[in-house]
Write a new protein. Structure first.
Length: 731
């Protein structure tokens, strides 16, 4: 099933074998033969607005549910492949046609509302949001994980809140890898070629209809950069790439893989994003009042802005110019983990920058390299994108209260000696998630019924929201949750079956998939990147105790896992292999599954369907985390280490805390947290879940679910987050 896109691509390629690949890549407007009264579907497919409206998704799905899944919810691919007969059938279904028209009217009304002007931030001078990855929807696979999903949610909330914002990123020809687990439990990576013409991307053209190109000087050559536009509600997202025929082969691969290349590739990618991104905006006549560097990958843009200023003001010095640039730039750091903070060896970095930009900045090589050091005088220190961003931006923030504190300590050494840690100018805005994207359609229906069509508006009013949630009958909350749990079970069985019939064996090797998973059993989800600090093995630290919980006849527990290890992370791959190798004569085979290829779609089923969402990072490495927020918005209870967002979210009723906030060495912490994990599971989570009243209703559990829905939805919605950015950072 997952292979469909590739198979289909092969067919398409053969069908167009007389054309060159380039022609196919550029045949982005292949005419879709829709009956007259279904033509609006084509239009609707070009704006990702449909993807966060349950009735938008349903318009496509309803046409041919099986094909919709096969096309991985990509409406462009779907409309090209759907059978003509099916289209003609549906074109005679007046109810369906009316639904299309109704949805189109909604889209038009939404799109017609022009962004509001807020003083210096206006349509003419918007916020320019820069990020190396965007996870808007699965049908635009241009992200690797949390950072991308967060960026996608940021754009959707900016759109809903009608804030003038444009976004800039890169389009990766091979995206991020697709995961398969081999017979030996070892992760295999596969990259799909992304054909732009299969996605809701339009080429960015000038008034004469010609493609707009900008150039970036790389390895002694002028590399041509082109751009694509994705429409995210009211927000345009511009994605740059170097796969332009006029470029030589090696340059065409600069934007090849997301986080895949060597150091030099990373540097030149980040040059394309930072320098190329600003140049593109200039060509489009967009003059941002604020540049938001979402993570350090785009920090080179500050150098482009400085060079521009110096060109216009030839008498100015670098100091004067960079002071002006600082006024316009704000920076968000997303992790204290060193792998997440790019650093480059000085000679490699210097090699990637010719003399032109450094000359234009009116600084020496040494001064240039010192911009990226925590200690400017330490010539041995590597060039860091985070120090560059902190130095060149007027504001820097972490993504939770705790992460703000951790970042102030981490970057203290950049500031004059004697600076008090509390005076380090790094603040925080806690991450959030986009409620309409992540709240399951059945919950949205429940809210519509009990709260009204504008339930999403009410989330902004914490008190009113809490009262509204309180009034929903317990039985209905539980029924809704159970529906989602059944959907999850079906999803797990179907994925496992697809895998088994694909003649692969997994931890569920010989298990009858029809018996796999049970909607009445306490279900715990654990899905995240497989990285050491996420401590996947904490749960396995006492296997015997774990298997006892799974095997319990009265009160069993089942687990669903998902997550990718970075292709170069052998430690991470070993952790996965260890998990796959649990073979025990027990219910483990029936009650624990690993879902391959964690992505936005898998995440959706998991966060919506589990009872409990577990997170066990080593403190204080989890900057925020957002998947637990998604689970909370669907009535899942968090069962988590007190780190990142959970320190702010936990109130003793709306979930469970593992361990405490005490500071210890890693080894002690791992041991204590492992013990606490089992302890809380055995004495709090399991008893609370299996406690029922005389009618068999899980009163206590539902009380906690409601508290979670009421308290966490407003606090961790990306509407709240974007509003905070707007008021505290952008303005
Ligand atoms: C939400 C999400 C993430 C980020 O969640 P964490 O809690 O930071 O792990 C990563 N990947 C996918 C696919 C997601 O949906």
């Amino acid at each position: 099933m997952k292979e469909f896109s590739n198979e289909y691509r092969e067919e398409m390629r053969q069908a167009v074998s007389l054309q060159s690949e380039q022609t196919y890549r550029n045949s982005f407007n292949i005419k879709i033969n829709l009956p007259e009264n279904l033509q609006l579907l084509d239009k609707i497919s070009w704006n990702f607005f449909w993807s966060w409206q349950p009735d938008g998704v349903e318009l496509f799905r309803e046409l041919d549910p099986a094909l919709w899944e096969k096309c991985e919810q990509n409406p462009r691919l779907f409309l090209r492949n759907i059978k003509q007969l099916r289209l003609w059938q549906k074109s005679t279904d007046s109810e369906y046609v009316a639904k299309i028209e109704k949805f189109n009217a909604k889209l038009e009304q939404y799109a017609a509302q022009k962004p509001q002007d807020f003083g210096k931030i206006s349509t003419e001078n918007p916020v320019a949001y820069f990020c190396a990855e965007y996870g808007v929807h699965n049908s635009l696979p241009n992200y690797s994980g949390g950072l991308g999903i967060l960026a996608g949610d940021h754009l959707k909330s900016a759109s809903d809140l009608n804030i003038p914002l444009v976004a800039v990123g890169l389009l990766y020809r091979y995206g991020y890898f697709r995961q398969k687990i081999g017979h030996d439990g070892w992760q295999q990576e596969k990259y799909n070629d992304v054909f732009e013409s299969e996605f809701a991307l339009t080429p960015v053209l000038d008034e004469t209809g010609e493609r707009i190109h900008t150039t970036v000087h790389i390895r002694g050559r002028e590399v041509l950069v082109q751009a694509w536009k994705a429409q995210i509600g009211r927000i345009p997202l511009y994605l740059l790439d170097t796969n332009v025929p006029q470029n030589i082969e090696v340059d065409r691969y600069i934007t090849g893989h997301l986080y895949g290349g060597d150091t030099e590739t990373r540097i030149v990618q980040e040059k394309v994003l930072g320098l190329g991104g600003v140049r593109l905006l200039r060509k489009l006549n967009i003059h941002p009042s604020v540049f938001h560097l979402n993570e350090g990958h785009s920090a080179f843009l500050t150098l482009q802005l400085t060079a521009e200023y110096l060109e216009k003001n030839p008498e100015a010095t670098f100091e004067e110019a960079s002071a002006k640039v600082r006024e316009q730039c704000v920076f968000t750091t997303h992790t204290p983990v060193s792998a997440g903070n790019d650093v480059f060896p000085p000679d490699v970095l210097r090699g990637c920058f010719g003399n032109r930009l450094i000359g234009a900045l009116k600084i020496t090589d040494e001064e240039f390299l010192s911009l990226g050091r925590t200690n400017p005088d330490d010539t041995k220190e590597w060039f860091g994108m985070t120090p560059l961003a902190i130095r060149m931006c007027r504001s820097a923030n972490g993504v939770s209260e705790k992460h703000g504190e951790v970042s102030r300590e981490l970057w203290l050494s950049m500031f004059p000696e004697g600076t008090d840690v509390s005076d380090v100018p790094i603040t925080h805005i806690t991450n959030g998630v986009h409620a309409p994207t992540w709240i399951a359609p059945v919950f949205q229906e429940l809210y519509e019924k009990h709260i009204g069509a504008d339930w999403n508006e009410l989330i902004k009013d914490e008190k009113a929201w809490t009262e509204a949630i309180d009034q929903i009958p317990d039985e209905e909350i539980w029924k809704t949750h159970l529906t989602l749990k059944h959907l999850l079970v079906a999803f797990i069985r179907q994925r496992t079956l697809a895998k088994e019939t694909g003649s692969q064996d997994t931890i569920n090797e010989h298990e009858d998939t029809r018996r796999l998973f049970d909607a009445n059993v306490l279900t715990i989800g654990f899905a995240r990147r497989v990285a050491a600090y996420k401590r996947w093995n904490l749960l396995l630290s006492d296997l015997e105790r774990l298997l006892k919980l799974v095997d319990d006849a009265e009160r069993p527990v089942q687990f669903v896992f998902a997550g990718k290890a970075h292709p170069q992370d052998r430690v991470g791959k070993h952790i996965l292999q260890q998990l796959m190798s649990i073979n025990h004569d027990s219910n483990w085979q029936k009650r624990a599954v690993f879902i391959e290829d964690y992505d936005q779609e898998v995440a959706r089923f998991l966060v919506q369907g589990v009872d409990v969402w577990m997170n066990v990072p080593r403190r204080p490495m989890e900057a925020s985390g957002t998947s637990g927020q998604k689970a909370a918005m669907n009535g899942g209870l968090n069962f988590s280490i007190l780190d990142g967002w959970w320190i702010e979210g936990y109130n003793e009723i709306n979930g469970f805390a593992i361990g405490d906030l005490s500071e210890e060495d890693d080894e002690t912490m791992d041991r204590k947290d492992g013990e606490a994990l089992y302890e809380v599971l055995e004495t709090q989570v399991i008893p609370a879940y299996y406690e029922t009243d005389e009618n068999g209703l899980r009163k206590e559990w539902i009380r906690r679910m409601k508290n979670s829905l009421a308290t966490l939805t407003p606090q961790f919605s990306s509407d709240r987050m974007v509003k905070d950015y707007f008021e505290k950072i952008y303005c």
